[in-house]
Every structure is written in C-alpha cells, then in structure tokens.
Design a protein around this ligand. Sequence first.
Ligand SMILES: Cc1cc2nc3c(=O)[nH]c(=O)nc-3n(C[C@H](O)[C@H](O)[C@H](O)COP(=O)(O)OP(=O)(O)OC[C@H]3O[C@@H](n4cnc5c(N)ncnc54)[C@H](O)[C@@H]3O)c2cc1C
Length: 235
Amino acid sequence: MELNGSKHFISNVRARRSHHRAGFDRRGCAAQVQADDLHCRRGNPGLNIQRKFRRWAGTVTRSRHSRWTTAFVPDSHVLGEPGEGFKTIMATINNDRVYVSSKCLGMAQELMDLVTPWVKERETFGQQLGQHQAIQFYLADCDVELNAARLLTRQAAALGDAGHPDFRIAASRAKLFSSEMLGRVADRVLQIFGGAGYMTDLPVERIYRDARAFRIGEGTSEMQRLQIARHLLAA
Ligand SMILES: Cc1cc2nc3c(=O)[nH]c(=O)nc-3n(C[C@H](O)[C@H](O)[C@H](O)COP(=O)(O)OP(=O)(O)OC[C@H]3O[C@@H](n4cnc5c(N)ncnc54)[C@H](O)[C@@H]3O)c2cc1C
C-alpha cells in the first residue's frame, strides 16, 4: 500500500534513529513503517520529517512535522486489516488516555509530596504556612481531586483489563478529569510555594508547564467532553 499525507506535532521522532513509525491514511488503513524502508535507505523519499518545533515545556522529547509522499509500505508492515485503521488507532488511544491519566496522577502526587513538608517548615506571620486556613483549603481541594482522579483512572484501567465496552468512555472521563485536576493542583501548589514555586530551583514550575500539554495531547479536553456528551445523549 501507499501512504500520503502529513501530520503536525509528532513527539519523539528522531529521524535517523527511530525504527518504527505508525501512519494512518484517510481510508483507515494502518501501517507500521520501518525507518529502514523509508528514510535510512537513501533514494526512498517516502517519509520526510520536515520541521522541528520548539516547545514551551516537555523538552525531553521533540515534536516534528512528518509528510508521507507516496510512501510504499509492504504488506508485512500493515497493522490489522485495511479499512480497520480507525478502530485500531482508537483502541490504542483509549489505552494511551489511561496512561496519560496515570502520568497526571504521578505528577500531582509529586507536587503533594513537595508541598506537604513545605507548609510545615515555612512560617509566615508567626505561624506555619499550613496553619493558615486559606492554605488548608488549597491542600484539601488538591487531596480530594487527586483521589477522585485516581479512582477514575483505576476504574478505566479495570474496565480495559476486562475488555468491557464502557472502557472507551471511562478512559475519556479519566483523561479529562486527571489532566484538568493536574492543572489545578499545579496552580495551587505553585501559589502555596509563592515566589519559590516560580523559580527553577524547585521542580514545581516545570511540572506546572509540563501539565499543560496533557489537556491537548491524546484528545483535547473538548474532544473528551464531546465523547462523554455523545455517550450520554445516545443512551
Ligand atoms: C506537546 C505535544 C505533543 C504532541 N504529540 C503528538 C504525537 O506524538 N502524535 C500526534 O499524533 N499528535 C501529537 N500532538 C498533537 C495533538 O494531538 C494535537 O495538538 C491535538 O489533537 C489538537 O489538535 P490541533 O492542535 O490540531 O488543534 P485544533 O484541532 O486546531 O483545535 C484547536 C482547539 O479547538 C478545539 N476544538 C476543535 N474542534 C472542536 C469542536 N468541534 N468542538 C469544540 N472544540 C473544538 C480543540 O479542542 C482545541 O482546543 C501533540 C501536541 C502537543 C502539544
């Protein structure tokens, strides 16, 4: 088969080092494309990594623009059945959404682990920061939301393991809530740290920036809301 098209913002593409890439054409075909077939072997221009983007955060990986121009893919590298590509990618994306939720939980937990000792150590106006009611309210909201996100993520993972048809919608719920929860937790924790939270000595500002991408990748928050609303309306 041949692949044609282009895709913005592909993470982790190291043009000369990666061995496999997946592409999906408009007809819903899926193909596993080996870099050896397309890129490393000179004279086959099928896959062209066109542009590198500079990111605001998450700079451990890179984002690039890929273009497929009549890229030949041997039958042995076609994933699943031709015409079933959309289903294949959606099955993968549900797993990815639970994975993103889990990453959000880990990052929010790290923020909580940083802030809890800080509010006991730092003193303002003659008492520990954690004794101010406004700060206690921030902490309580973070704790409740983190635990709620954990339960949604575990529920989605359990439904996925069981092959349950509600997995798709549970994964959307978990991804939506966890990614937005992380944004709120990071914002509150940075506020509790005050100026220290804004400085690069602590990982708080980095987590605050990294958190933002999770509301965009693997389906934006708006797309998760659309999925959930359609599920409700179809019932
Ligand atoms: C750090 C990072 C890494 C990424 N890595 C990858 C990757 O590895 N692979 C990959 O395939 N993609 C990757 N992406 C791309 C990502 O999946 C897309 O950016 C995302 O799906 C949104 O698409 P878009 O940027 O084209 O926004 P658009 O489609 O232009 O949408 C813009 C905004 O409008 C909203 N919107 C659009 N349509 C509607 C609607 N009907 N109703 C309501 N709101 C709507 C969207 O939710 C969004 O907020 C990455 C993005 C980022 C930021």
